[in-house]
Design a protein. Structure first.
Ligand code: GLN
Length: 250
């Protein structure tokens, strides 16, 4: 019997820069610990099962992400999964569409509403290496290692009161919030914000794939999928992953 069912959600429209690899990393890290794991791929216009153990959603182009948002809103399976507390990882366009609204194709598009956030357009593309220090917000409380990835987006994501940043930017642009700290007296959470955490959703602009570059984040998601603490998961030493981190994390 498969112990862990990993959902790879809409890879036909969302999955740029190898984001599908996040599901592969989860499966591999589970199997290396002797936990049987399978990836269940859900394509556009197929129903999203709400009973999977963990969900991965990747980034994508503007037109593709509009299709994805429309499907997820109509289907509601992912929303039910989130309400049931099932962990969801969303990357870039995935982050944008899980918010309340985003700009794409020259218009404002409704998001799925799992993250209290809206995404507006940037004048200049945010592209390059990205690094942050985890905030430890909500379900990411056990994260301690710096987060590293690659970003490429035209969106600036402004978080509302119910969402917290995943990290504080130390390199790159992150959510690109355009707020001046003085305009948001008392609320500095927007400043240098990267990604979002709300309920069981963890979202980031980081490609990489992010779980290949950040094994601690991968294990946090695995632990949550299994209903245990990160600290309870048997440590895994993978030499090539350690080398990758040494190369990328400054
Ligand atoms: N289309 C979105 C943007 O440009 C998301 C891009 C992505 O997922 N890499 O902001």
């Amino acid at each position: 019997m498969t112990e862990l069912n990993i959902g790879l959600i809409l890879p036909d429209v969302l999955g740029t820069y190898g984001d599908d690899g996040n599901a592969l990393v989860l499966r591999q890290r589970a199997r290396m610990r002797g936990i049987s794991a399978e990836i269940q791929t859900v394509k556009l216009n197929e129903p999203v099962p709400s009973s999977l153990d963990v969900y991965c959603i990747g980034g994508g182009e503007d037109t593709a992400q509009i299709l994805a948002a429309e499907h997820l809103i109509k289907d509601q399976g992912l929303v039910r999964a989130a309400r049931a507390g099932r962990p969801i990882l969303a990357i870039c366009a995935g982050l944008q569409i899980l918010g309340d609204s985003f700009r794409a194709g020259g218009r404002v598009v409704d998001g799925v509403g799992l993250i209290d956030a809206t995404t507006v357009s940037l004048d200049t593309r945010a592209i390059g290496e990205s690094q942050s220090v985890p905030t430890g917000a909500g379900i990411t409380a056990e994260l301690t290692e710096p987060l590293s990835g690659f970003e490429n987006h035209m969106g600036s994501t402004l978080l509302g009161g119910d969402a917290q940043p995943l990290g504080k930017v130390t390199r790159g642009m992150g959510n690109c919030d355009t707020y001046n700290a003085a305009d948001i007296a008392g609320d500095y959470k927007q400043k240098d914000a990267e990604g979002a955490v709300q309920g069981s959703v963890i979202a980031t602009y980081m490609h990489g794939p992010v779980l290949a570059r950040n094994p601690q984040l991968a294990d946090l998601l695995l632990a949550q999928a299994m209903g245990i603490k990160l600290a309870e998961l048997e440590p895994l030493e993978i030499e090539s992953v350690a080398r990758l981190r040494k190369e990328r994390v400054k």
